[in-house]
Design a protein around this ligand. Structure first.
Ligand SMILES: C[S@@+](CC[C@H](N)C(=O)[O-])C[C@H]1O[C@@H](n2cnc3c(N)ncnc32)[C@H](O)[C@@H]1O
Length: 258
């Protein structure tokens, strides 16, 4: 109840124990946090589950360090990198990177997305502990969730003590991109979620701030056919089936990490 009150206060609403027909309902109970969208009753609510379903499947069978995101971030170089995921969303990409050995700081400014993500991380860790799954526990322990706007964080120079005990190697950005077509891959609930979060119109500023940091690279995930973010030409790009990773190489990775 205290958590529900905290969230309600942040978004300026009241907690209602008997929800009526609202456009969106964020439901919190002992089993976690989920978002229901009105008129989507035939759709599953949005919730984050890392320890089961598609995230778990990808962790086990998704191709490990051969995945394009791993190559884009530089995970394939061997050592353990520290990544700031400055647009964490529902944490899917961050979970892949943490599964591949990266320490990931996840920063999410939307109170709703943050609440869903925090619940997914908590449930995942509790599951790993109860199953005594040390590998899964280590993955969750490598993920640290923050709730600030990344532009605020990056408007000062990143230092080890303002976000992490480690030096940040890579900043990862995956801002919302407006979906013009009604893609089957994006279900109705997810589209409703995207319209709740908005289009991240300020993502160009975030990229500019990221490029000013003393780090090895900035990686931006884009739809395959989209122009580079803010028309900033990357050093190079890796293109997959539907997305592309634009890589802005700033300096070499430390030898100790190779
Ligand atoms: C497309 S989603 C990211 C999806 C994520 N990569 C995943 O795998 O689930 C983009 C998210 O970035 C967040 N975001 C955008 N700009 C931000 C900023 N300046 N600071 C923190 N979060 C930001 C948005 O609220 C949104 O939840």
């Amino acid at each position: 109840m205290k958590r529900a009150q905290n969230i309600a206060e942040k978004i300026g609403m009241a907690v209602n124990c008997e929800p009526e027909n609202h456009l969106y309902t964020l439901e919190l109970d002992m089993d976690g946090t989920r978002l229901h969208t009105l008129n989507q009753s035939n759709q599953n609510p949005i919730e984050v589950n890392f320890h089961s379903g598609s995230h778990d499947h990808r962790r086990r069978f998704g191709g490990g360090k051969n995945q394009m995101i791993a190559k884009a971030v530089g995970v394939t170089r061997g050592g353990a990198l520290t990544v700031l995921d400055a647009t964490a969303g529902l944490g899917g990409d961050a979970f892949v990177l943490a599964s591949l050995g990266c320490s990931v700081i996840l920063n999410e400014r939307s109170i709703i997305a943050h609440a869903l993500l925090a619940s997914g991380l908590e449930k995942g860790l509790a599951f790993a502990e109860s199953a005594e799954d040390c590998e899964l526990m280590a993955i969750f322990n490598r993920m640290t969730l923050l709730d600030i706007d990344s532009r605020t964080l990056l408007s000062q120079k990143l230092s080890t003590n303002n976000v992490s005990n480690n030096v940040i190697d890579v900043i990862y950005l995956d801002p919302m991109f407006p979906h013009r077509k009604k893609s089957a891959a994006v279900n109705k609930s997810m589209r409703a979620f995207q319209s709740l979060i908005g289009n991240d119109e300020d993502a160009g500023d975030l990229l500019d701030l990221a490029l000013q940091q003393d780090i090895c690279r900035v990686v931006v995930k884009r739809p395959k056919i989209a122009p580079p973010l803010a028309n900033r030409k990357p050093s190079y790009a890796l293109t997959g089936k539907s997305s592309r990773f634009d890589i802005y190489a700033l300096k070499k990775f430390e030898k100790a990490k190779l």
